[in-house]
Design a protein around this ligand. Structure first.
Ligand code: BGC
Length: 871
């Protein structure tokens, strides 16, 4: 009972506010990070049983120092975690980025997550995941630090939205799950990140002077929006998770017992291991108790001094009894089990590249001042034919926003004039700026850790020139002051950009977030469009952008005939675009966010970044469930282009039917009890297990897990005396819990994935000229009169047709699970089906969130076309 009230208190009352792990800044009333202890053991899910029993056999042979060694990185720039080589457990290589293999040669620079989301194409998303996994394996990494679903894309100005798939939990969730599947099938552990609330870049990190901002999220919003993609990723079997830099409800994510122990490991039944984001580890014992399993890159949050909160400190904390050996064993077992689960004990290649140099030979320990040298690069080319997948993603993401008078596609006989520096690759080279922290030339990705090095960049002007050799190119972002009057039929193609990235770099005044440029095109791009439209009758705008733009100063200009969003196309920015411009392929991308007419069509909490404050910056999610189209629909604000919008050169008709599959009860059936987990001795190990080996030659700044003999002996003496000196947080307990009703399997109660309804949709290409692919989007409208406020419509599934010739048709099927028809009940702490007993849910089928003309009713089993959309 005590446990139940603890759970109920979480995020819902302030009664537990005083019982926090470390002193915290106050957060607004109603937002609470309740304690949740102990860290649930991993290993109770049947599909992980074999991996856990192998792990148990290995871990039971490890010494204390071996165990603590594998829970941490060995230091920034050193690469990798510690190992237990004696037992064959290697250093693990954890490598970015969400769009490929970062800081490596001979790899593919795939389109970014936002571009991938814009395809709304499950097969392509999966294929990109497979290719990324193959490249990671070829380079010998163990852990792929992606995909990213946090930020979710709540704030249009947020710096890292482009690493994820779009501003909707279901789009993020399905794209992440397919990426994880593709990557992990190659024997690479995927990482779902960043848990959670990292919706802006500025003020995200804890430093000695200021805590990272607090994302204040209520329980229902957490479950129905921000956690949704994490739950789906855990359901897909993701092997690792990364915490976010910021705090949630006042508690730092890297030591947030409620989020890690309670939500991720107990409710979502996560079986893998949880790592900190880089240099966000701010405590030793507290983070271990709160459920963190791996500290990356090993240093304290001020790196390069050779200090760690774990490694030798974790050895000490176990010896002196502050961290129960049981907790360390679980941390280590989770890491080792995940390694076994993905077959990395069998012929897994070792890393064959260095992130620090492109030379063959380099420093073996790059952070050390005096390091031995050796071969660090083997130049393994892992690209295979992945450019084809990269190109297809880039192409099928291109989103046609406007096409007045069906002006597009172009013909190769038209006279073309191209404007804008983004048409051509950066003249200094595509990789000239470190971590792509500049906006020069074609913008294929944002900046920060989420990038890869381009092997080449197929830029738009080269691809256009292949088709129209005498195209005129004005490689400038300002309209040339002397420009001969064009002839009436000349077509101007204007390239504009908007960039963003990680807070570690500032680009043209933007600190990661678009705090300076806001939603305007960079380099006066909007003015370039306006000026071009003064001269030319026919203007096509092509935007390479991290997210929404303010298009209002020119979008209604009748001379602006066409607008295409390339998003962030990666290395295949040219042919993919030319194929669309010249009509070899119809555009089939759809917006993974809404574009409003005014930035403040969204409430302040969404539209604006939180600025500096003394103490902890507070980012309160006062809009609750209402982000992006959910907000606009509620407020009846027409956006310029709605979420899901995207035109084609042809038209489609939709004809749907609905089948009831699994009848639903109010709450999911009772979960099964947890299976058994590894059992080890809980005795404090002998101090000698942590002694430095005799005559060991230490490398400066390399992080080790050994202690001096005296330190180890002293700690052990305290530990076996059994005097609990550590000031454990309120609510601390070591008794394993049975797990909440909402849990029971990976991702939650397995019944949440029961298919409730299936909706086959027959799509027909009703045009007579162009082939094309249709996006089928399914949005659910909840029953009227239920005691929960729900958004007007919510995306729940999507499918994409193959290329359909004129007159051709295909039937695709979208599905609705129990979870898709549920709400998170904060009192019951469970998913509730508010329409149980035959209340009508309407499943709206269409090609955008505001183009929903077919309605299917769950009560009558009837679908009707030609309906007036609810938005
Ligand atoms: C980023 C992570 C990234 C890590 C390692 C951090 O700055 O937030 O997304 O995986 O660095 O490079």
């Amino acid at each position: 009972m005590a446990y139940r009230s603890l759970v109920l208190g979480a995020f819902a009352s302030t009664s537990l506010a005083a019982s926090v792990v470390t002193p915290r800044d106050p957060v607004p009333p109603g937002f609470v990070a309740a304690p949740y202890y102990p860290a649930p053991h991993g290993g109770w899910v049947a599909s992980w049983e074999e991996a856990y029993s192998k792990a148990e056999a290995l871990v039971s042979q490890m010494t204390l120092a071996e165990k603590t060694n594998i829970t941490s990185g060995i230091g920034i720039f050193m690469g990798n975690t510690g190992s237990a080589e004696r037992l064959g457990f290697p250093r693990m290589c954890l490598q970015d980025s969400a769009l490929g293999v970062s800081s490596a040669d001979n790899v593919t620079a795939f389109p970014a997550g936002i571009t991938t989301g814009a395809t709304f194409d499950k097969k392509l998303i999966y294929a990109r995941g497979v290719a990324i996994g193959e490249e990671h394996r070829g380079k010998g990494t163990n852990v792929y630090l992606g995909p990213s679903v946090g930020p979710l894309g709540r704030k249009p100005l947020g710096g890292r939205n482009w690493e994820g798939f779009g501003s909707d939990p279901v789009l993020q969730a399905k794209a992440a799950a397919l990426t994880i599947k593709g990557v992990q099938e190659q024997g690479i552990i995927a990482t779902i990140k960043h848990l959670i609330g990292n919706e802006q870049e500025m003020y995200r990190m804890y430093n000695p002077f200021q805590p990272g901002y607090s994302a204040n999220i209520d329980d229902r919003t957490l479950h129905e929006l921000y956690l949704w993609p994490f739950a789906e990723s855990v359901h897909a079997g993701v092997g690792s998770a990364m915490t976010a830099y910021n705090a949630v409800n006042g508690s730092a994510c890297s030591q947030h017992s409620y989020l890690i122990n309670g939500i991720l490991k107990d409710e979502l039944g996560f079986q893998g291991f949880v790592m900190s984001d880089w240099l966000s580890h701010i405590s030793g014992v507290d983070s271990a108790l709160a459920g963190l399993d791996m500290n990356m890159p090993g240093d304290t949050n001020i790196p390069l001094f050779g200090f760690s909160n774990w490694h030798y400190e974790l050895s000490r904390s176990v010896l002196n009894g502050s961290v129960p050996l049981d907790r360390l064993n679980d941390m280590v077992t989770r890491i080792v089990a995940t390694w076994y689960k993905f077959g990395q004990d069998r012929d897994h290649p070792r890393p064959n590249f260095s992130s620090n140099t492109r030379d063959r030979d380099g420093l073996l320990y790059p952070a050390a001042l005096f390091s031995p040298k050796g071969q660090v690069n083997w130049f393994v080319n892992v690209q295979a034919d992945h450019y084809l997948i990269a190109r297809e993603v880039a192409q099928d993401a291109i989103t046609l926003l406007k096409n007045n008078g069906s002006f597009l596609p172009l013909t190769t006989s038209q006279s073309l004039h191209v404007f804008g520096t983004a048409a051509q690759v950066n003249p200094d080279g595509p990789n000239a700026c470190m971590n792509r922290a500049c906006n020069k030339g074609t913008l294929g990705m944002g900046w920060g850790s989420g990038v890869a090095d381009y092997p080449y960049l197929d830029d738009p002007i080269s691809a256009i020139r292949k088709r129209v050799p005498d195209v005129k190119f004005f490689n400038t972002d300002g309209f040339p002051w002397f420009h001969p009057t064009p002839s009436p039929d000349d077509v101007a193609i204007v390239f504009i950009t908007s960039d963003a990235g990680e807070n570690s770099f500032t680009v043209e005044g933007n600190n990661g977030d678009r705090n300076s440029a806001k939603l305007a095109a960079w380099h006066n791009g909007d003015e370039l469009v306006r000026k071009t439209a003064e001269k030319y009758n026919n203007v096509i705008v092509v935007a390479q952008t991290v997210g929404p733009l303010d298009l209002e100063s020119w979008i209604d200009n009748p001379r602006v005939k066409g607008v295409l969003f390339q998003h962030l196309p990666g290395q295949e920015a040219g042919e993919s675009l030319a194929n669309i411009l010249f009509g070899d392929v119809s555009p089939s991308g759809h917006l993974p966010y809404s574009i409003t007419k005014r930035a403040n069509d969204f409430p302040d909490s969404i539209a604006n970044l939180r600025g500096f404050a003394f103490g902890q910056v507070q980012d309160t999610y006062s809009e609750g469930l209402y982000i992006d189209y959910r907000w606009l629909n509620k407020e009846k604000i027409r956006p310029r282009f709605a979420f899901g919008h995207g035109l084609s050169y042809t038209n489609f008709s939709f004809d749907a039917t609905i089948e009831s599959v699994t009848p639903l009860s109010l709450v999911p059936p009772a979960r099964a009890p947890k299976g058994s987990t590894p059992v080890y001795s809980t005795e404090i190990p002998p101090a000698s297990e942590a002694y430095w080996p005799e005559g060991f030659n230490r490398i400066w700044r390399y992080l080790y897990s050994w202690l001096n003999k005296n330190d180890a002996d002293n700690a052990y003496a305290v530990g076996i005396a059994g005097v609990k000196k550590y000031n454990y947080p309120a609510g601390y307990s070591t008794a394993q819990k049975p797990g909440p009703a909402a849990g029971g399997g990976e991702g939650g109660n397995p019944a949440l994935w029961d298919i409730a309804f299936r909706v086959p949709v027959t799509v027909k290409n009703t045009g007579d000229t162009f082939s094309g692919r249709a996006s089928v989007q399914a949005y659910v409208q909840y029953p009227e009169g239920i005691p929960y406020d729900t958004p007007v419509v919510q995306l729940r599934d999507f499918e994409k047709t193959r290329v359909l010739a004129p007159g051709e048709e295909e039937t695709v099927t979208v599905e609705l699970t129990r979870k898709d028809l549920s709400v998170w009940d904060t009192e019951l702490q469970n998913w509730v089906v508010p329409g149980v007993g035959g209340k009508r849910y309407t499943v709206w089928i269409g090609e955008a969130s505001d183009r929903l003309f077919t309605a299917c009713y769950t009560d009558t089993g009837v679908c009707e076309g030609g309906r007036v959309p609810p938005v």
